[in-house]
Ligand binder design. Sequence first.
Ligand SMILES: Nc1nc2c(ncn2[C@@H]2O[C@H](COP(=O)(O)OP(=O)(O)OP(=O)(O)O)[C@@H](O)[C@H]2O)c(=O)[nH]1
Ligand SMILES: [Mg+2]
Length: 223
Amino acid sequence: MEIQVLRNVFERNDALAEVTRRMFDEAGVVCLNMIGSAGAGKTSLLEAALPVLTEDLRVAVLEGDIATANDAERIARLDVPVMQLTTEGGCHLSAALVHEAVKRLDLDRLDAVIVENVGNLVCPAAFDIGEHQRIAVLSFAEGDDKPAKYPKLFKTSDLVVLSKCDMADLCDFDAARAEGFVRQVNTEAPVMVVSSRTGQNMDAFVSWMRGRIGATAVSGSPR
Ligand SMILES: Nc1nc2c(ncn2[C@@H]2O[C@H](COP(=O)(O)OP(=O)(O)OP(=O)(O)O)[C@@H](O)[C@H]2O)c(=O)[nH]1
Ligand SMILES: [Mg+2]
């Protein structure tokens, strides 16, 4: 009985995510979903990438958090349209919350919507929110074994960003080892070693996002 209830939750979530993805498709908008642990550096990556990305692309950001509008305030300082989605304790963004936010956006005036999910390496990976592409963010401080220990996110992502590489001397993080664990579950996704602090490889990250946003959105769940 309990399993049936869980299945229904996922079915309802995924059906609504599909509706949201169709709204994006009809407007020619690409949606990227950034997922990673609390403090992995997701907002910092956006702060570094958005000024370049928005030179020629119209981007809105949805910030998912359990509490506070801190991250939305950081993005608003860049003059990028942003909405804070507060889950009031929920450990991931649901398709319903994202759908309500997307209904309030003028999609015809946008090229992309970037969603920063609630800081969490586990739950957000299980919930489709209507995105086209998923970005996993893992920081050097978290340990290079995490793609093996938390495979779902890395299995379902289209890009893996190994962030805070400027901390290499402080952490025993072997990027090749981390990539090896990613490859055990995902042979396709590029793995990028970046630092939003020093700017190392940020151009590759921005190019990847620009490429995805430029590509025609494909209807249907990517996974
Ligand atoms: N050394 C270093 N620190 C970083 C880098 N990126 C972020 N940080 C620091 O890491 C901490 C967390 O960064 P955030 O960007 O807020 O991380 P987040 O993933 O958005 O956090 P949540 O939204 O709370 O999950 C901050 O103190 C940042 O200054 C980096 O490239 N190098
Ligand atoms: Mg953040």
